[in-house]
Design a protein. Structure first.
Length: 330
């Protein structure tokens, strides 16, 4: 065979190998689904204090986002194994200043969350009980490390990831992104003279800015968790253009966060994902699992141009690597 023929043959082999590699990577990226399980106050409903979501990677890694008040502590039978807890910011309805004793207590609009978790928080109690890591940004990791130590846990399980960086736990990549909100630690989470001084002054301790998260799962799915935020330029420039988020968990509660109209703009014009899960509605959004007409959730769903999935407590939703729901969505 001539040198030219040999080179041509080698070129064909190399090209074929490259195509096989690309095809194999594509197949691997779409392997399996990410399961999302809402943990709300009332089974089968989307209620006023619901924040918590569990994301399970195809490899079994389980991530609890904003445990808040509707998880019944580390012994909640719905939890199972938890590897990571994410906290968007330190407000009580997200970190968990109190919690439910069990599901279906009180009403959907005003669930019974009378079990005190201070000064540790529901998040810390779950992390210690499950031996899980807490991944946060800003100055929150030092706060959680101290809380873990005080509760008998391992302070090293409080992990830092700031905007622009990335950590991996169980092969799931995680980063924080900016959110526009407040992030003070209420004096009730603290002890000693400092707590008394802050309470008397009517202020909280600062742990830096709040965050959202971007998660990249092993099936290729990229998820943006908005946290409590208004509209930000990063939702387009970073979340869409850099990370390419295909599934969004978007807060729609108004007053404290984006309302339905603002949240719809974020989805339709800035991020343009394949699908969105409504969050933080601050209302009894459903009855019998059906969205109630005239609610913020209903208005958000009417304005958004991609599928809007309502997080009914205890109902699993499965998403492929492209952000499309393959099972369990309404």
């Amino acid at each position: 065979m001539s040198t030219r023929s040999t080179r041509r043959s080698n070129g064909f082999v190399a090209a074929a190998a490259c195509l096989i590699s690309i095809f194999s990577a594509s197949v691997l990226a779409d392997d399996g689904v990410v399961t999302v399980t809402p943990l709300g106050s009332h089974d089968g409903e989307f209620c006023g204090r619901d924040r918590a979501l569990i994301f399970e990677d195809p490899n079994g890694t389980r991530i609890l986002y904003d445990a808040g008040r509707t998880v019944a502590g580390p012994d909640d039978p719905r939890l199972g194994n938890i590897d990571v807890l994410l906290v968007s910011h330190m407000h009580g309805d997200h970190v968990g200043d109190r919690r439910i004793a069990k599901v279906n207590q009180g009403s959907c609009g005003a669930p019974d969350t009378s079990v005190a978790t201070l000064p540790q928080s529901n998040t810390v109690d779950i992390a210690v009980g499950k031996g899980a890591k807490i991944v946060t940004g800003s100055e929150m990791p030092a706060f959680f490390a101290a809380k873990l130590k005080s509760a008998g846990g391992d302070p090293a399980n409080s992990m830092l990831v700031r905007f622009g960086a990335e950590v991996q736990v169980g092969e799931v990549a995680m980063t924080t992104v900016p959110a526009v909100h407040s992030n003070g630690v209420a004096p009730s989470f603290l002890t000693g003279p400092l707590a008394e001084h802050l309470k008397a002054a009517g202020v909280g301790a600062s742990v830096g800015p709040p965050t959202g998260y971007v998660l990249t799962f092993t099936n290729g799915l990229v998820v943006y968790l908005s946290g409590d935020t208004g509209i930000t330029a990063e939702q387009e420039l970073v979340v869409r253009d850099h990370y390419g988020a295909e599934l969004v968990v978007m807060n729609i509660g108004d007053t404290y966060t984006t309302g339905p109209k603002e949240a719809a703009y974020v989805i339709n014009d800035l991020i343009k994902p394949k699908a969105v899960i409504a969050s933080h509605a601050n209302e009894a959004a459903t009855s019998g699992g059906d969205v109630i007409e005239g609610t913020r959730t209903a208005r958000f769903r009417e304005m958004v141009q991609v599928p809007v999935h309502v997080p009914l407590s205890g109902r699993n939703m499965a998403f492929d690597g492209k952000g499309l729901c393959t099972d369990g969505c309404d």
